[in-house]
Design a protein. Structure first.
Length: 338
């Protein structure tokens, strides 16, 4: 899983297991056997009657989470309050205004699949999307932290390149997982970090003595919950981008075309039998995975296959036609259009 996600629960476990960030900061167990049997017994009651058995194919597509089952893990710049002058904040907001999930997918693929350097990928994105000559000019030394996975490295380099263009002496530095970089950010050892809105909201809340359950699928509501926490922690927030890296459910393009679906609601309406769900062992027990799909969307599954959290096992099972639907991460480079 990725460092920021909490697979299937309210975003929480080990930041370093990037297969990409499982459901939430960023994790969750069971064999899935009982869940598979129970969901299979009821499958005939579901949907419009189509046979939604797995369909093999190379290209994976994410079905839209149109009822906001997943928390809103949009990319957001977080800044140490002592370093947060208006010029710096507006420069980072310029990144947020342009960054999309599709671009995250393409950049992750460029590094992980095409083997380009994260620095080159970041520089190319900035050149294409940011009017460097139009940026206001500031000054000072700024260190942008990044976690130790591809996406965070690319984002930290994008921030560094944009702030350099805005007159700052800016550099990107890998600083590890949140347990390491959050204290460094609060203490000013690093000044900026590209964060994930929902995950950061829940984890900052928990670090300040809360329950760690404030985030939701609503970007604005989650941002409103985060602002007072950030102020208490000595941090300033930039604007969240459209780009998000969160739990998502994918099918093959061939499956989507055959069944005629683009959203999870459409999947529930269309499918009467045959659905096979794949994901991590904890999926049958976690509210952001099988139970959430069943309760929020009314989906019913003939079978659950125990695989991994957005990793190669799940993606391969989709492509080989072993599962109909699999848990992935919304900005995974494997979703890049070939």
């Amino acid at each position: 899983m990725r460092a920021h996600t909490r697979i299937l629960a309210p975003l929480a476990t080990s930041l370093l297991l990037l297969g990409l960030a499982a459901c939430g900061e960023s994790g969750s167990s069971g064999t899935g056997g009982d869940a598979a049997e129970s969901s299979g017994s009821d499958a005939s009651a579901s949907g419009g009657g189509a046979d939604c058995a797995p369909v093999a194919g190379e290209q994976l597509v994410v079905l839209e989470d149109d009822q906001q089952l997943q928390n809103a893990d949009n990319i957001i710049p977080v800044i140490n309050a002592d370093a947060a002058d208006p010029v710096l904040t507006r420069a980072l907001d310029a990144v947020s205004a342009e960054l999309t999930t599709d671009e995250l997918i393409e950049m992750n693929a460029a590094v992980d699949v095409q083997r380009q350097s994260a620095e080159d990928v970041a520089a190319a994105w900035v050149e294409e999307n940011i009017d460097a000559a139009g940026l206001e000019q500031g000054s000072g030394t700024i260190v942008i932290g990044g976690a130790n996975f591809t996406e965070s490295t690319v984002l930290s380099n994008i921030y560094a390149d944009v702030l350099t263009a805005a007159g700052y002496d800016a550099s990107a530095r890998e600083v590890g997982n949140r347990e390491l970089y959050l204290p460094a950010l609060r203490e000013g050892d690093i000044q900026v970090f590209p964060e994930y809105l929902a995950t950061f909201t829940n984890e900052l809340d928990e670090s300040l003595g809360g329950q760690g359950d404030l985030a939701s699928g609503d970007v604005q509501a989650t941002l409103d919950a985060l602002r007072p926490l950030a102020e208490e922690a000595g941090l300033v927030l930039g604007e969240p981008s459209e780009a998000a890296d969160q739990n998502a459910f994918a099918v093959t393009q061939e499956f989507a075309d055959q069944v005629g679906v683009q959203t999870l609601s459409e999947l529930a309406e269309a499918c009467g039998s045959g659905l096979v769900l794949g994901g991590p062992p904890e999926c049958p027990e976690r509210p952001f995975c099988q139970p959430g799909l069943e309760e929020t969307y009314g989906l019913q599954f003939d079978e659950f296959r125990e695989l991994d959290a957005g990793g190669p096992l799940t993606k391969t099972a989709l492509q080989q036609g072993e599962i109909s639907v699999g848990l992935v991460f919304s900005s995974d480079g494997a979703l890049a259009q070939s």
